[in-house]
Design a protein around this ligand. Structure first.
Ligand code: NAP
Length: 151
């Protein structure tokens, strides 16, 4: 994947790794970097285009795809960790929340940005990087599947 000249969207780009990815992409010569965040005002990086996006929101994903539908690369970085173990208090709620953000979020984004099979087949330049996470073996496999569907 050639970054120079690419149009990229990074989710969770207001801090942490997402911010670092967005910064590196600008430095590597990406033509445009959409820095998506739940609170776009928290995006302080120069040279990026802030975009409001909560990956748990269908409405936000569709709106983002309307604005940034011409991206070549989607980096599904946004994610949460709710450590505590399977038997801890609130483990079911924590699992649901993580699943919604870390698994359904990338799925929602892939679907919003590549809505039909025909478009995916046509556009071989389009690449989708999904969140890969060592915390859950099953999650890894599913995320890789989404990545293949979107690529
Ligand atoms: N750092 C590590 O060692 C490590 C290890 C394994 C996996 N990861 C994964 O790598 C990714 C980045 O890690 P990090 O260390 O940079 O995490 P981080 O500092 O906690 O940042 C997480 C980012 O995701 C955003 N986010 C959370 N929920 C969101 C939602 N519903 N919609 C949109 N954005 C949301 C956060 O936005 P807010 O500011 O609004 O909360 C923040 O920008 C995460 O997915 C994490 O799970 C990191």
């Amino acid at each position: 994947m050639k970054v120079a000249g690419s149009i990229v969207l990074v989710t969770g780009a207001n801090r942490g790794l997402g911010r670092a990815f967005a910064k590196a992409l600008v430095e590597m010569g990406a033509a445009k970097v959409y820095a998506a965040a739940r609170n776009p005002e928290a995006v302080t990086l120069k040279g990026v285009v802030p975009l409001k996006l909560d990956v748990t929101s269908d409405e936000d994903a569709v709106a983002a795809a309307r604005v940034a539908g011409n991206i070549n690369l989607l980096i599904n970085n946004a994610g949460i960790a709710r450590p505590g173990g399977f038997l801890a208090d609130g483990a079911v709620e924590a699992a649901r929340e993580q699943f919604e953000v870390n698994f359904v979020g990338p799925l929602r984004m892939a679907r919003a940005f590549a809505p039909d099979e025909e478009r995916r087949r046509r556009d071989h330049q389009r690449a989708f990087c999904c969140k890969l996470d060592e915390r859950s073996g099953a999650g890894d496999l599913w995320c890789i599947e989404i990545s293949r569907m979107g690529a």
